[in-house]
Design a protein around this ligand. Structure first.
Ligand code: HAM
Length: 431
């Protein structure tokens, strides 16, 4: 007989298995609390959006739009659709569509899967998750500072040291145009020193020449005109003011003049949080975007963090361990005992305990094996003898050498809750 081939998951798209649930839950809880602490409200937008949203929003000549989008044509109506590679464009679309800024600025946050057709490697996946926040309708550097402080509070709450902040200012579009022209003039004057790549990019994308890895060109690139020198009074003041606020909160940062970000919608402040050479979070101001997507122009800024990358850091900081699946494991044998056990499990769940009721047959020995593996704190036992006497056997599974106790079935709820009150809630509400 021929062997049936297994179907495997899509490359670069991962399953999050139960053993990892606690990291995800820890992060999600911390995110929800931190967003609330700053007055951000949750928004959920679809995973699929019109392709044009990203082409216009992120920019036609970005890596994401040129080569990383999962795009397809809806076979029913011919619509061009794309799995979202990020969420800022979708949030802005929703804000415009539902006129959310009609009564003033909004603070929004989101979390969910994003899709980019990148080469998978550690920390880089084709389906990955982001948590993001967008402050819409705020023009000043105080909003830039707020989203940065929000990130810092999150790192602190998660116990993550060693994430460092880099900031830069991209100025306004006309300032960037003037810088670009100066760059072209500068490289034209040194065309003999350019390699083939740089010559090809000279007029199409001179900024990319600054990223060259060619050691021969390093001196030339170092001396090239800097965007910082093209910033006008207002852009400069905005950037200075942000720095003053960050210093007042003792947030360390480094100004990185090379920090440009990979999406076209940014202006003024951009920032990235970096750990072990990997960017775990990025964002900035994107005042042009709402207008570019057909809304009444309004300023905005925000960030998104990579959930998998943050969880990798959390895992490295903390000790290993596994999530208990429940508080109580109920073992039972015999028909009458089975019915009593069914009722007992429901009663304990009513009281907020997480309970696994043994399903199927099995010797006490095999049932206790399962109880142990569930990491439950306690096993409750109803055998034929207990059923006949309306009693429950109690065995504390995490206490070495603990004997079995016997408690009246009618009293077991109160008795157990009394003794377990410290450990309940620690792991209730699993996802
Ligand atoms: P981004 O820098 O493209 O910005 O992505 C934000 C974060 O998502 C990155 O710093 C990284 O941690 C994570 N990330 C990106 N691509 C991958 C991948 N292939 N695998 C794993 N993690 C990844 C944005 O998406 C903007 N929407 C951020 C923003 C919000 N700007 C303003 N508001």
């Amino acid at each position: 007989m021929s062997k049936i081939e297994k179907i495997r998951g899509v490359r670069g798209m991962n399953d999050v298995l139960p053993a990892d649930a606690r990291w995800w839950r820890r992060l999600e809880e911390s995110v929800a609390a931190t967003m609330a602490a700053y007055g951000y409200q949750r928004i959920r937008t679809p995973i699929v959006e019109p392709t044009g949203l990203f082409v216009r929003g992120i920019g036609e000549v970005t890596d994401i739009v040129e080569k990383e989008m999962y795009s397809f044509v809806d076979s029913l109506n011919g619509e061009a659709l794309t799995l979202r590679p990020e969420c800022t464009a979708g949030v802005v679309r929703a804000v415009i569509e539902h006129n959310l800024l009609y009564d003033g600025p909004k603070r929004l946050w989101y979390t969910g899967p994003m899709f980019r057709h990148e080469r998978p490697q550690k920390g880089r996946y084709r389906q990955f998750h982001q948590v993001g926040a967008e402050a819409l309708g705020f023009a000043g550097p105080d909003a830039d500072c707020e989203v940065i402080l929000l990130c810092q509070r999150l790192w602190d709450d998660l116990g993550l040291a060693g994430i460092s902040l880099e900031i830069n200012s991209l100025g306004q579009p006309p300032e960037r145009v003037a810088h670009r022209e100066a760059l072209i003039a500068y490289f034209e004057a040194h065309v003999d020193e350019l390699d083939a790549d740089a010559r090809r990019r000279l007029h199409s994308n001179p900024l990319r020449i600054l990223d060259t890895k060619n050691p021969v060109m390093q001196g030339l690139v170092e001396a090239a005109p800097r965007l910082a020198d093209f910033l006008g009074e207002e852009s400069r003041a905005h950037f200075e003011s942000l720095q003053t606020m960050l210093r007042s909160r003792n947030i360390p940062f480094r100004i990185n003049p090379r920090l440009v970000r990979g999406l076209d919608y940014y202006n003024l402040t951009v920032f990235e949080w970096v750990a072990d050479g990997l960017t775990v979070c990025g964002g900035g101001r994107y005042d042009p975007l709402i207008g570019m997507l057909g809304g009444k122009p309004a300023p905005a800024c925000g960030f998104a963090l990579g959930v998998e990358r943050i969880i990798e850091l959390m895992r490295a900081e903390a000790d290993s361990g596994v999530d208990p699946a429940c508080d109580v494991y109920v073992v039972h044998q015999g028909e009458a005992a089975g019915l009593l056990a069914l009722g007992l499990a429901e009663r304990l769940r009513d009281r907020g305990l997480d309970v696994i009721l043994h399903c199927g047959e099995g010797s006490f020995k095999s049932q206790f094996k399962r109880a142990d593996a569930s990491l439950a704190t306690v096993a409750l036992i109803i055998g034929e003898e207990e059923a006949a006497g309306s009693r429950v056997g109690v065995k504390w599974l995490r206490e070495a050498g603990a004997g079995q106790q016997s408690v009246a079935l009618a009293d077991i709820d109160e008795w157990l809750i009394d003794r377990m009150s410290g450990s309940i809630d620690e792991h209730t509400g699993d996802d």
